[in-house]
Every structure is written in structure tokens, then in C-alpha cells.
Design a binder for this molecule. Structure first.
Ligand SMILES: Nc1ncnc2c1ncn2[C@@H]1O[C@H](COP(=O)(O)OP(=O)(O)OP(=O)(O)O)[C@@H](O)[C@H]1O
Length: 241
């Protein structure tokens, strides 16, 4: 089966209720993301970016509409099916890294492979290869508190990419990093995603980060305000607003 789109969203709406109050986090979103595409969801605080990412990752269900990942309607899946689906298909990179504090870098990166039934030896080999790819081969025994923010995020990236999940989501992945480390971490994510033709979706409020993407979806008040296509020659070099 040839599935061109990694992600298809059809008229997705998400309403949160707090007591009597209704919060329309997403109004009516329709969009498609191609396999291997690198996309940014760009918008100000409260615009609905994280909610949209959570719907795509099956962490939240839409109030209305469809979320189709590799041809499968994930809004119809049970929690158990979703957990299984995420373990097989999705990698996550978080703003606050979300590493396991008691585990060292090698163990943190190995973790997603344990859910896939990979042997310990094969897990450690794959984790070491990934840590080497992100320049941390000398830090495999270090625990998160023994590493800088940039190093911890490299571990987070290695963990997200180790299982070659077809889709990787990154929610403000450089939000806690200085500008130089931000550039390094971004380049790393992009090169890993391109290498294996993994689809990468980055949530950010920072336009300078979005210039690295193939396409930018501008999110405003729970809707897509506009979509911008980045052409190869201007990618990552533009600092215009
Ligand atoms: N679990 C929830 N319960 C109630 N309201 C929520 C919940 N999650 C998000 N919202 C509301 O939905 C709207 C969109 O939030 P969302 O977190 O998606 O925005 P965002 O663009 O990611 O913002 P930020 O950049 O600050 O993270 C906001 O008004 C928020 O308060």
C-alpha cells in the first residue's frame, strides 16, 4: 500500500471544558503532512500548537474530526491500541527533555527499544550508535543531572530517533537552550530525520527555528492562519519576520 501522507487531519476540533466554561483550543483544522516532510507548527502561546501535536500523537482525542496516521484512523483507537501504536510509530522530543533521572544516557536511549522486544545487547549497541551520532559517546554513563541542557537534549534526540520511528514530534525542543546550542540541536534533528526519511513535526513560537522546515503552518486561535513553503535555497538562512 502506498501511503503518501504520514498525517492527515480532517476538520479536527478540540474543546476543553472547565466547569461551565468551554475552551476552543482547536476550531477546525484540516491539513496533510507528507512522509519524510519536516514541518513546523508556529504560533503564539495559547494558539493551540501543543493541542494539535497531542492530537497527531494520539495523546488527546479530537472532539470532532479525524486524525489519520499512515492510513489509520487513530481517533477511533482504544487507549491500549494507541499506546501500542505510539510505541511502534512515534518518537517524542520534549522542551524539558523528560529523561529518566535514575538512568544514564545509554539506558535512557535504550528505553524505547525495550518496548519493542529488542535484546539487551542489540539495544545497547543501537543506543551507543545513536549517542555517537549526537556526539555523546564519552557521556554514555552520565546521568541527566551530570549533563548540560544541550547534552540532555542530545540524549532526548538520540532516544527519539533510536527506534527509527516513522514520525518524530518535538514540542519546543530548543525552548531551554541558548542560541548556539539551539542551532546545533536543530541541525542534528534535521539531519537524522532526513537520513532515514522520518517525518518530523516541530512545535515552536520562534520563527527563526521554523525557517529550517519544509513547510510552516501558522496557528492562530485554533485555526491554520496560513501555510508557508520553504524553498531549498532560503531554508535556514532567512532571518526575516
Ligand atoms: N487540558 C486542558 N484543559 C483546558 N484547557 C486547555 C487544556 N490544554 C490546553 N488548553 C487551552 O487550549 C488553548 C490552546 O492551548 P495549547 O497548549 O495548545 O497552546 P500552545 O499554542 O501550545 O501554547 P504554549 O506555546 O503556551 O504551549 C489554551 O487556551 C489553553 O489554555
Amino acid at each position: 500500500m502506498d501511503i503518501t501522507y504520514a498525517i492527515e487531519i480532517k476538520n479536527a476540533r478540540k474543546v476543553f471544558r472547565i466547569g461551565e466554561e468551554k475552551i476552543i483550543a482547536l476550531d477546525d483544522i484540516s491539513m496533510n503532512i507528507k512522509t519524510g516532510e519536516i514541518c513546523c507548527l508556529l504560533g503564539t502561546s495559547g494558539s493551540g500548537k501543543s493541542t494539535l501535536l497531542n492530537l497527531m500523537a494520539g495523546l488527546e482525542k479530537p472532539t470532532k474530526g479525524s486524525i489519520i496516521i499512515h492510513g489509520k484512523h487513530i481517533e477511533k483507537m482504544s487507549e491500549k491500541q494507541l499506546t501500542n501504536f505510539r510505541q511502534k510509530n512515534i518518537g517524542f522530543i520534549f522542551q524539558s527533555y523528560n529523561l529518566m533521572p535514575t538512568l544514564n544516557a545509554l539506558e535512557n536511549v535504550s528505553l524505547p527499544l525495550t518496548f519493542r522486544g529488542v535484546s539487551k545487547k542489540a539495544r545497547e549497541k543501537a543506543a551507543f550508535t545513536m549517542l555517537k551520532a549526537v556526539g555523546l559517546e564519552k557521556y554514555i554513563k552520565h546521568k541527566p543531572t551530570q549533563m548540560s541542557g544541550g547534552q540532555q537534549q542530545r540524549v532526548g534526540i538520540a532516544r527519539a530517533f533510536v527506534s527509527k520511528a516513522p514520525i518524530v514530534f518535538a514540542d519546543e525542543p530548543t525552548g531551554n537552550l541558548d542560541s548556539k546550542t539551539t542551532q546545533e540541536v536543530l541541525q542534528l534533528m534535521l539531519s537524522l530525520a532526513k537520513k532515514n526519511r522520518q517525518t518530523l513535526i516541530i512545535v515552536t513560537h520562534d520563527k527563526s527555528i521554523a525557517t529550517f522546515a519544509d513547510r510552516i503552518f501558522y496557528i492562530l486561535d485554533g485555526n491554520i492562519e496560513k501555510v508557508e513553503v520553504n524553498h531549498e535555497e532560503s531554508r535556514g538562512t532567512s532571518d526575516e519576520a
